[in-house]
Design a binder for this molecule. Structure first.
Ligand code: FUB
Length: 308
């Protein structure tokens, strides 16, 4: 009967939940995960949260990279990139994402600009997913003065998410309060055309683009404290249809920042929370992983967060 099928599905999903040993990194605070699957390995990129307990803001001076072939055991590699690797930046290793094109790895990062007020986006390049990476452009790709017609806040140019469509066209999405996107040239370090905005309900930050089948997904941090919500479209440039909440506020932190990947045929939801006791919190976050499940119509089930 339908009822037995329903129970069966629930049981299968419960059994499917692997033990990820969340949070997956315990010797450091890690935030804003981005992941890349390359040559049967998952590379996880994160910012290093180093705020002392009595310091109530982000202190992030480097990005970190880990790799795994089973989503449970993670190997840390040497520090691959720091804001100080960009001569025009003065700090703040905020959210970032890496993508591969023609054997090169491009890392889009958020930093604070030295001379142009506000946050900015830079791009670094390497021949290896674990680096070392170096500044690919010698200047910022996005600066705050490029988007002032949309909002005058100085931290709206953050949280880049990069995506290459099936036809080879690359796009960069980013933003805080306003969600922006622009086409990238084949060289991956320059824009090809204007900056557009996307209207999404309660968009805060942390856009992430992925595709499954015919559907494009734009997930993002919604409201504040942040939940993760998502929208779907048949085209990378929209129109996007809002589909609701994907993940609740992740325990003990006001931000929630997701990466969605598929590895060995299994979809995963990677995010952060403040769950390391007793010092975890909004500025001492930790990356976690849970399984992600699609419905037959392409919509995504709410994430069941696990603590192990
Ligand atoms: O980690 C610093 C900032 O907090 C990120 O850029 C945002 O996505 C939020 O997680």
């Amino acid at each position: 009967s339908v009822f037995l099928f329903f129970i069966g599905t629930l049981l299968t999903e419960a059994q499917d939940q692997e033990n990820f040993n969340n949070p997956i990194i315990k010797d450091k605070f890690t935030a804003d995960p981005a992941a890349l699957v390359h040559n049967n390995t998952v590379y996880l990129y994160a910012g290093h949260d180093e705020a002392p307990k009595d310091f109530h803001f982000y202190k992030m001076d480097e990005w970190l990279v880990y790799s795994s072939t089973d989503m449970v055991n993670w190997k840390e590699h040497p520090v691959p990139l720091k804001p100080s690797d960009f001569k025009w930046a003065k700090g703040d290793a905020w959210a970032a994402q890496v993508i591969e094109r023609d054997g090169k790895f491009y890392w889009y990062v958020t930093v604070t600009h030295k001379n142009i007020h506000g946050k900015a986006i830079g791009v670094a390049v390497s021949d290896s997913p674990t680096g070392p990476f170096k500044d690919a452009l010698g200047k910022a790709l996005v600066t705050n003065d490029m988007t002032t017609e949309h909002t005058d806040i100085s931290w709206d140019d953050i949280d880049p998410s990069v995506f290459i469509d099936d036809d080879g066209q690359a796009y960069l999405y980013w933003g805080n309060t306003a969600c922006y996107y622009a086409k990238l040239k084949e060289n991956m370090i320059e824009f090809d055309g204007p900056i557009h905005t996307v209207d999404l309900p309660k968009f805060t930050e942390a856009p992430w683009i992925h595709k499954k089948g015919d559907w494009y997904y734009l997930s993002y941090a919604y409201g504040f404290p942040e939940k993760t919500a998502y929208a779907m479209s048949k085209s990378i440039t929209g129109p996007w249809e809002f589909k609701g909440i994907l993940n609740e506020v992740a325990g003990n932190t006001n931000t929630n920042h997701q990466a969605i990947i598929e590895y060995k045929g299994i979809p995963y939801f990677i995010y952060h929370n403040g769950s390391i006791e007793p010092n975890g919190g909004s500025f001492r976050r930790s990356v976690c992983i849970d399984r992600l499940y699609y419905n037959e119509d392409g919509t995504i089930k709410r994430i069941q967060m696990t603590s192990e």
